[in-house]
Structures are given as C-alpha cells and as structure tokens.
Design a protein around this ligand. Structure first.
Ligand SMILES: Nc1ncnc2c1ncn2[C@@H]1O[C@H](COP(=O)(O)OP(=O)(O)OP(=O)(O)O)[C@@H](O)[C@H]1O
Ligand SMILES: [Mg+2]
Length: 507
C-alpha cells in the first residue's frame, strides 16, 4: 500500500436509512491498491450495510463513489463484479441443492453459444478449490458440506471472479483454526497479486495480524482510523466502544454439589462408536474445547434431542429422561443456543417479540391464548438486558445485524429460565462489548443455579469463562482440565489426541 498514491476506491458521505434506523450517516471510506483494510465496529454499527452498498446489493440514499478516480454508480451485483468488486457475505449465500462447481459459477457458467460446458465448469472449479486449499470433488452438493467448507466455497467463488477488491464480511466466524490459517495465506497471496481486501471481523487478534489500516464505525458514523503502527487491541476497542473494557471475563465461581446433568455412556448418531460420560453441577460453567469435527456440536444437539442418542443415559437433576426431540428437552429444562442461528436459532421472518417468547409460549398463554402484553414486556425486558439494537421489538429479526440476531437467540433461552443451558459458539459474530455482556449473563445465570455447557473455538473464551474444560477429540472426551490446570497448551495437547498427564481421566 502506498497512501501517497491515489485511492483505488473512495466512498464519500454515504448515507443509508431503514425505517427507524440510520444505518450509515455520512460515512467515508478510502481503500488503496494492494492493502488489507479492516473495518471494525460494534454489532449494528453499519459495516455490512456499507459493504452491501459497495457490492451493489443495496443503493445508498446519499453519497458517491469513485473507483480509480472515476465517478461510479453501482446499481447491481453484476455491475459491482464488472467493476471488480466482490463480496463474501456474512451469512452464507449458497444454494444447498446445487453442486460446489455450480455454486461457484452460478450465473457465469463457462461455455459457448449459450451452452454450459459442464466439463470446463468442473475443471475450473477444481482449480479455484485448489487455490483455497479445499480438497473436495466439485460435483459434491453444497448442502452436504460443513459450514466451514461452505465458507471456503464462497471464498473460491470470489476468487473466480478475478476481483480487484474482495470484501470479506466476518469470514472466519465459522472456520476452524486450520481453515482460518489457509484463508490468511490466501489473503496474503491476493495482496501480493495487487488485490485489495476489505476485512470485517470481531476477532481483533486477526485484525492486528492482517490489517494494513483499520477504519472504525460507531453507530453508523466514522469513528476513527488507525495506521499499521497504531493498530492495537486497546486502540481498536476504545474507538469501537468509546471506552475501555475492563474485567472482560467476569466469573465468580459458586460451588454446588448437586448434579444437574449426568450423562452416562452416551452414543451420538454422528459418532456411535464413542461413548461419552460427563457430569455438570448446579451453577457450573463447563467449556467443551476441541477441533472442528471432534463431535462437540453433536454432543449438544444430542442432549437437546435434535439428533436423538443411539444409546446411553441422560439424567437431569437425578431423574432419568429420554430426550427424543427438542420439545422433551425443553420440558426437562434444557435450552440450546445453536451453532447455526439461521437454521435452528431463530425464525427470520418473525419479530423479535415472537422469537423471544418461542420456548416460553406455554407460560405466557395460560388460557391457550398468548398474553400479548406479557409477551411484549418479556421481549422488551430482554432487549434492554442484552442491549439488542433494534428500533422496537416488532422488528423482523431478518433486519437485524448478525450480532444482534445472536442476542435474540440468547434472549429466548434466558426467558425460559432453563436448568441447563447448552451454548454452541455463543459469541460468534458478537462484538467485544456485547461479548462481555454475554459473559456477564452466563455468570449471572450460573449464580442463579443454571448449569452451562458451552462449546467454543475461541480459546481465550474457554479459558476465561469455564470452571472446568472437557476436551474432545475424534468423537471422544479425551480429557478434562480443572481450573488450576488450564492452559492453552494443555487444551491443544488434548484436542490433538495427546495423552493426559496429571489431570483426572474421565469417560
Ligand atoms: N434491511 C434492513 N432493514 C432494516 N434495518 C436494517 C436492514 N439492514 C440493516 N439494518 C439495520 O442497520 C443497522 C446496521 O446494520 P449492519 O448489518 O450494517 O451492522 P453490522 O455493523 O454489520 O453489525 P454486525 O457486526 O452485527 O454484523 C442495524 O441497526 C440493522 O438492524
Ligand atoms: Mg454485519
């Protein structure tokens, strides 16, 4: 990057309003050739909206755009691509029933005379897949891939358009550590080839590593810029939040001897050859660490009845129970904040109010009818507690920013007052301030006796919030760490199949 040179892209005074929301208010953005520009900001700050404007998905209400010094209006995605701008969405945007190759070249299928050349399509797909290090047959249906793999397909798709500006909106939020590393390599390679990258992430460690420059948005406005040598965790947080965050992981351990959840020789349908046993006490927060594919999500979805257990016993508060579906799980006081909020967490078309009351409908409809006032009060209380950014609780969830959608998912389970709360990647896509809020809620819930079992790929989060860590490896619980033995090394050691040295062995 050479800031002395003229910018490749210059957006000036961009404005965008939605009913009740000013998403962007006079925002400027400058991007130079061959640089990685990170755009950071709290949930709802306007990052995705800004990117959608650059990528032709939305039109701004005001402001203008220059590309390589030329005044440019981008009215559609096709126009954006023709101008060399490609966006990799925050929420995945692939057709599940089409193959990987078909998704990569959707609408741009290689061929001649209006006929698609299937062979060429597969060949070209294979080529870009290799570039992103994804070893998959291009014929494979996208629906059968993991979220991480789907994300890599999105990235392959972007690369295949030969874009000179690639926008990545929270690309690593569903990638494993290994996949993230290969993404970073791709970013460096693209940069060397002269491509500019706009990188959005709530993971400030990544930003520190990758960014040449950082632009901060707060409440739809520019809130500062950091040059390469000004970039630090604290400087970023301060500009995003407007204050310093202290006491990030708030955890007060309250020991109890009452076992709330007991799992014995549980076999999940994903890993039926492995038997899982564990116990969680009242008010305890237990973290499950492990690599992607270790069976962590499957343990949670089995406990919640989404994929019923093949074998084994589950007891809640000393009472044996058969959890055959999520309804029985809820009846036994189990809640799940799922990994993929779009599939299992929320109903996008419904309002914040209706989503929040979903698991508690029975208690607020004593006579068979929903008590509308009670429902609204509940939703509003939760909105305030979690600081969910939305004009009112009638707002359909699909209009909320990614991180605020996650807050609605958490709100609905808080409202249910569960005995056991299962959380799968609870802070995915959530900004630093809201993360701290969620940690505080987890702590608060545990003080009231709720047992929390959470899966996280964020090592810091596991070490910071868990009272005890179960590490999974290839479908098994490979070890357990007590707070006094917590360290990143010991978690990684167990997660990669290492033996336990001093810790107690379980399962
Ligand atoms: N189509 C829409 N209709 C109504 N409001 C919208 C729409 N799209 C975005 N918004 C609102 O605009 C604001 C900015 O949203 P945006 O998605 O750009 O935030 P973000 O910075 O990407 O947040 P996150 O980190 O959570 O992804 C939010 O308050 C959001 O609810
Ligand atoms: Mg966003």
């Amino acid at each position: 990057m050479n800031p002395a040179s003229s910018p490749l892209l210059q957006a000036t005074s961009l404005g965008k309003r939605f009913p009740g929301v000013v998403a962007l208010d006079n925002v400027d953005l400058t991007l130079y050739e061959a640089e990685v520009l990170a755009v950071i900001g709290e949930n709802g700050a306007g990052k995705s909206t800004l990117m959608k404007i650059l990528a032709g998905i939305q039109m701004p209400d005001q402001g203008h755009l220059q590309l390589a010094g030329q005044e440019t209006v981008i009215r559609s995605v096709d126009q954006a691509i023709a101008n060399g701008i490609c966006l990799i969405h925050q929420e995945l945007n692939l057709c599940e029933n089409l193959s990987v190759a078909a998704n990569i070249f959707l609408g741009r299928e290689p061929g001649r005379f209006g006929f698609v050349d299937e062979g060429l399509c597969l060949e070209k797909a294979q080529d870009v897949l290799q570039q992103v290090g994804l070893n998959l047959p291009p014929q494979e249906l996208v629906g059968s891939l993991t979220i991480g793999q789907q994300q890599m397909v999105e990235i392959a798709k972007a690369i295949s358009t030969d874009a000179r500006i690639v926008i990545m909106d929270e690309p690593t939020s569903s990638l494993s550590q290994k996949e993230s590393e290969s993404l970073f390599e791709i970013i460096f390679r693209l940069k060397q080839q002269g491509v500019s990258i706009i990188y959005i992430s709530h993971r400030l460690g990544e930003v520190e590593r990758l960014a040449d420059r950082v632009t901060v948005l707060r409440d739809g406005k520019n809130a500062g810029e950091l040059s390469r040598d000004e970039i630090s965790h604290n400087a970023m947080v301060e500009r995003m939040v407007g204050r310093e965050l202290s006491n990030y992981y708030s955890r007060t351990i309250t020991k109890s001897d009452a076992t709330v959840l007991q799992v014995r020789d549980l076999r999940t349908s994903a890993n039926p050859h492995c038997s899982l046993s564990c116990e969680i006490k009242r008010g305890e927060i237990v973290g499950i660490a492990g690599l992607v594919g270790a069976g962590r999500t499957e343990l949670l979805t089995t406990l919640f009845g989404i994929t019923p257990a093949v074998d084994g016993q589950i007891a809640v508060a000393g009472e044996d129970c058969v959890i055959e579906n999520s309804e029985t799980a809820i009846r036994h006081g189990i809640g799940l904040v799922p990994e993929d909020r779009k599939l299992q967490g929320i109903v996008l078309e419904m309002s914040i109010r209706a989503n929040t009351s979903l698991p508690t409908l029975k208690s607020i409809s004593p006579l068979g009818f929903i008590d509308a006032t009670a429902e609204q009060t509940l939703a509003e209380t939760m909105q305030q507690r979690l600081k969910t950014k939305a004009p009112h609780v009638e707002q359909p969830v699909k209009f909320l920013s990614g991180g605020n959608q996650q807050k609605v998912v958490i709100a609905k389970w808080l409202a249910m007052k569960p005995k056991i709360l299962l959380m799968d990647e609870p802070t995915r896509g959530v900004d630093v301030g809201a993360k701290q809020e969620i940690y505080r809620l987890m702590d608060e819930l545990s003080q009231t006796g709720v047992a929390i079992l959470f899966v996280s790929s964020d090592m810091e989060e596991v070490l910071g919030m868990a009272d005890r860590i179960l590490v999974m490896h290839e479908g098994r619980i490979s070890g357990e760490l007590q707070k006094t033995n917590f360290s990143e090394e010991s978690v990684m050691h167990l997660a990669t199949g290492g033996e336990i040295k001093t810790e107690t062995k379980i399962a």
